[in-house]
Design a protein around this ligand. Structure first.
Ligand code: PTJ
Length: 246
C-alpha cells in the first residue's frame, strides 16, 4: 500500500482495501470482514474521510478512560488486526492495556494467525487463546474470553464490534469504548465512548491523546471523562453525514 500517494483523494479508502484483502489472504480477516469494510467505507465517504472535532473529543475521552482504568483491554478482531497491527501495539504500550483477540467468527486457525501477526508487529503478550471465561447472554463461540483478560477488565476498547456483544459487554458494567464509522449502529449507541471515525485514524489519535495526557493527574482525567457526552458525539456525527458538507 506504499504505492498510494498520501495526497490521493481516496488515500485512506485505498490503503484500507489493500490491507483487508491481504488480511483475508493471510487467514487473519474473515470474508465477512470485506463486507464490514465496505459498509464502513460508505460512512467514511459521507464523513469526508476526516476526523470530526467531536470524534477527536471522543478519542481524548477514550484515552482518559484507558489511563484511569485498573485493567484496560483492547479487543482485536480480524479487521482491526489487518488494518492497524502496529498502531494497536503502540496504544496498548502507551496505556498499559492487554491485547485480546475476540472474534465474531471464531476459528482456531484465525485465532493463531492473528496472534502470530500481532507478535510479528511487536506484541509481547496476546490474550484470548485460553478462553477460560464466558460473557453471559451470548452464544457459545462469541462468548469466549480470557478470565484474566476481558472478563477481568474494567475498561474495554472494542473496534468494529457487532451490536450483540457490545450490548452484552456494557451489561456487565464495563466502560466500553467503541470505534465504529456508523453512528446509528447498536455498538456505537451502547458505548460509553463512541468514536465515530475510521479505525485507521482513531487508534493513532487515541494514542496521541494518551501520550499527551500521560502526566495528567486523576482529577483532570476524571474531568475529561465526565465532560464527554456520548449522545452529543453521535448526534454530531449524524448531523455531519446528513449535511453532505464534505
Ligand atoms: O474478525 P471477526 O470474526 O471478529 O469479524 C469482524 C467483523 C467486523 C466482520 C464482524 O464483527 C462484523 O460483521 O461486524 P459488522 O456487524 O459488519 O459491523 C462492523 C461495523 O464496523 C459497521 O458498523 C461498519 O460501519 C464499521 N466499520 C467497518 N470498517 C470500519 C468501521 N469502523 C471504523 N473503521 C473502519 N475501518
Amino acid at each position: 500500500d506504499t504505492d498510494i500517494p498520501a495526497d490521493h483523494p481516496r488515500h485512506d479508502s485505498l490503503v484500507t482495501r489493500h490491507r483487508i484483502e491481504d488480511g483475508v489472504e493471510a487467514g487473519i480477516t474473515s470474508k465477512q470482514g470485506l463486507i464490514a469494510e465496505g459498509r464502513g467505507e460508505a460512512f467514511d465517504y459521507l464523513l469526508g474521510e476526516r476526523t470530526l472535532p467531536s470524534a477527536d473529543a471522543a478519542a481524548r475521552a477514550a484515552a482518559a478512560h484507558l489511563l484511569l482504568a485498573r485493567h484496560p483491554v483492547i479487543s482485536v478482531n480480524g479487521n482491526a488486526a489487518a488494518l492497524v497491527p502496529d498502531e494497536l501495539v503502540a496504544l496498548a504500550d502507551a496505556v498499559g492495556a492487554d491485547l485480546e483477540i475476540n472474534l465474531f467468527n471464531r476459528t482456531e486457525e484465525r485465532m493463531a494467525a492473528i496472534a502470530d501477526h500481532l507478535r510479528d508487529h511487536g506484541a509481547s503478550e496476546v490474550k484470548g487463546l485460553d478462553a477460560d471465561a464466558r460473557i453471559p447472554g451470548l452464544d457459545h463461540e462469541r462468548a469466549k474470553v480470557d478470565a484474566d483478560g476481558i472478563a477481568d477488565a474494567d475498561v474495554v476498547l472494542v473496534p468494529l464490534e457487532d451490536g450483540d456483544r457490545a450490548a452484552a459487554l456494557s451489561d456487565l458494567g464495563k466502560a466500553e469504548i467503541v470505534i465504529d464509522l456508523n453512528p446509528l449502529s447498536r455498538s456505537a449507541q451502547v458505548a460509553d465512548v463512541p468514536v465515530v471515525d475510521n479505525i485507521l485514524r482513531a487508534i493513532p489519535n487515541i494514542t496521541a491523546h494518551a501520550r499527551e495526557l500521560a502526566d495528567a493527574d486523576r482529577d483532570e482525567l476524571e474531568r475529561i471523562v465526565a465532560e464527554f457526552d456520548p449522545t452529543a458525539a453521535l448526534d454530531d456525527a449524524e448531523r455531519a453525514i446528513r449535511s453532505g458538507d464534505l
